[in-house]
Design a protein around this ligand. Structure first.
Ligand SMILES: Nc1ncnc2c1ncn2[C@@H]1O[C@H](COP(=O)(O)OP(=O)(O)OP(=O)(O)O)[C@@H](O)[C@H]1O
Ligand SMILES: [Zn+2]
Length: 572
């Protein structure tokens, strides 16, 4: 048994996530977690909401709620939708938890002790009307790069250029609209990433098996321009983790909070403590996942995220971990994703463009989405969601191949032998060939799943389903039955056992359908088919079963056209 710590990039709290967010982080992480559990390994699968920062404050203001209330409600909404998609987190935490406050302050204190925090006096925009500084998105104005007049203090959405609040032309407060602004001196903490550059570069160089997407983004940030820059880790805001040096006050930093990108990844650790605290376990229970000196030496840690999150996970968070000088677990493998685009454009939360997770669940079961998204995951390049492609893939793969197999074999057996697995007959050459082909493909499937090659694993799984259909077609128990009912019984018994086998293999991709298949076979036996021959006799003659309801309904052209129309605009 191996031990797997798995984290998904934590979704931001400002709204309901879209299908791009899902396939770029939480869903492939869930696939991997479910697979590792199915192989009998010990898994700790962590996700959380990312709750600090100006977008959360602005979203709360727009909703007319105190930010704490907004975040608590939105966390509950996101947790509920995650359950709807079958995301099997061991814990779905909150970056605003007391556990994360304490750990974030702990790391900052250690970094300061080790000389890796610099106090820098800098010029920030201050609003006289609002009586406060205006960091990041609290300030809007005209982009100096493209002239867009709604550029924000951290970035221009139009040309994507990263900005500083002081770069904006004709700046105004995003809170009050006031232009009565001035630039004032304020002191902030910087994480001295540049001092760790060589260590980080050597560490990245040692990761020869990582996806090119991951290492190329890390190298770009390490080397482009003047190389890895120090990073501001504090802000003049109320909402966030108060700046403290461990459990001590930090003189000169009163009233400031840590920047959201400093505390967010620390929440992976804190969320694990949230889990064990909630069940009254001692600290050793979470520390055995995170401290290499307290039991995490044999843990394999895998992170999942979209490409824009890669710099923080390859450089900033490792700088925090390494810089602490303490034996915290560093990530072993970073699986990153390109972007999923929507019907010729980008998904956008702020512009309400695309299909959002709640909407997706309101029109079709989770497994339809899980299957399409995973089998089209944007691994080697960006990929695109189109309704035509979605319809074709659901209808062909799920309805025609897997669903059809289950329906044909169960209905035929009920008609000729009743709802009990029939006895008699022995395997012939066709069955031996099928078992050999299955064994080869299942071993390949495992290889792809171990390597987190999501698309390849999906293709292999589909090929495994196809083997069953091909066997059924050529063995044709409905014809065999007329001349040799004992042989037909053997074929049907094999087919019904294949349903259980398919449920076990498919569960990481389509957990709800897998549950329905196992329920129809009246079994809880989820043992992994290390030995295919043995796996195909798990359900003995005489074992009862039920013909399941339609596993996957086909998507009609009318439904597709209707959704295409409904989701072409902007979410109101
Ligand atoms: N179109 C996309 N395709 C794949 N992954 C994406 C896409 N957009 C965002 N992601 C990833 O989704 C995860 C959650 O993102 P987060 O909640 O921070 O939203 P975001 O990055 O602000 O995106 P958006 O503003 O589009 O919602 C991150 O790992 C991010 O990299
Ligand atoms: Zn611009």
């Amino acid at each position: 048994m191996t031990r797997h710590l798995i984290t998904s990039a934590i979704p931001y709290i400002n709204g309901i996530k879209h299908l791009g967010n899902l396939v770029g982080s939480q869903l492939p992480a869930d696939l991997f977690a479910r697979y590792q559990r199915a192989r009998g390994n010990e898994v700790m699968f962590i996700c959380a909401t990312d709750e600090h920062g100006t977008p959360a404050e602005l979203a709360a203001a727009k909703a007319g709620q105190p930010v704490e209330v907004f975040c608590a409600e939105m966390h509950a909404v996101q947790a509920d939708i995650a359950r709807g998609f079958g995301l099997s987190f061991d814990h779905f935490g909150r970056s605003s938890s007391p556990q994360n406050h304490a750990l974030t302050q702990h790391f900052a204190g250690k970094l300061a002790e080790n000389g890796l925090i610099a106090e820098v006096s800098e010029r920030q925009v201050y609003s006289n009307a609002d009586g406060r500084f205006l960091p990041d998105r609290y300030i809007e104005g005209t982009c100096p790069n493209c002239g867009y007049d709604k550029a924000r203090g951290d970035q221009c959405e139009n040309c994507t250029k990263q900005l500083d609040p002081t770069d904006l032309i004709d700046p105004r407060s995003a809170i009050s609209g006031s232009t009565d602004l001035e630039v004032r001196e304020t002191r902030h903490l910087y994480l001295r990433q540049s001092a760790l550059k060589d260590q980080l570069a050597a560490w990245i160089d040692s990761k020869t098996d990582w996806p090119i997407l991951t290492t190329s983004i890390a190298r770009k940030w390490l080397n482009d321009g003047e190389g890895l820059q120090d990073r501001g880790i504090t802000r003049d805001l109320d909402w966030g983790v108060p700046v403290r040096k461990g459990d001590q006050p930090w003189p000169g930093m009163e009233g400031k909070v840590f920047y959201v990108w400093f505390d967010a990844p620390i929440e992976y650790i804190a969320a694990t403590k949230e889990l064990t605290d909630a069940s009254g376990q001692p600290d050793a229970a979470w520390r055995r996942w995170w401290r290499t000196d307290e039991g995490a030496g044999d843990v394999t840690y895998t992170q999942f995220m979209g490409k824009d999150n890669v710099p923080f996970h390859t450089l900033s968070f490792p700088a925090t971990i390494i810089g602490s000088g303490e034996p915290w677990k560093l990530v072993d493998y970073i699986k990153s994703f390109n972007y999923l685009n929507y019907d010729g454009g980008q998904f956008s939360t702020s512009q309400g463009r695309g299909v959002f997770m709640d909407q997706a669940l309101s029109i079709l079961p989770a497994d339809y989405w899980r299957w399409w998204l995973l089998s089209h995951a944007p691994e080697s390049s960006d990929s695109e969601f189109t309704w035509e492609n979605f319809q074709a893939s659901v209808n062909k793969d799920l309805a025609d191949v897997l669903g059809n197999f289950v329906s044909r074999i169960t209905k035929f057996c009920r008609a000729k032998f009743g709802e009990t697995i029939p006895e008699g007959g022995a395997y012939g050459p066709e069955e031996t060939a099928l078992i050999e082909a299955l064994a080869t493909r299942i071993r390949t499937y495992e290889t792809h799943m171990d390597a987190i090659e999501v698309r390849k694993a999906a293709a292999e799984l589909r090929a495994i389903w196809v083997l069953g259909n091909e066997y059924l077609q050529s063995a044709a128990p409905w014809s065999t039955f007329k001349t040799d009912p004992v042989k037909a019984a053997m074929q049907v018994r094999l087919g019904l056992n294949l349903i259980r086998l398919y449920a076990v293999l498919s569960a990481p991709f389509i957990p709800f359908a897998a549950d329905a298949m196992l329920a129809a076979m009246r079994t809880d036996d989820r043992s992994w088919p290390d030995d295919v021959t043995a796996a195909l006799s798990a359900l003995p003659a005489g074992h009862g079963f039920d013909v399941p309801e339609v596993l996957f309904a086909k998507i009609t052209d009318e439904a597709r056209a209707d959704w295409q129309d409904r989701f072409k605009g902007v979410r109101s």
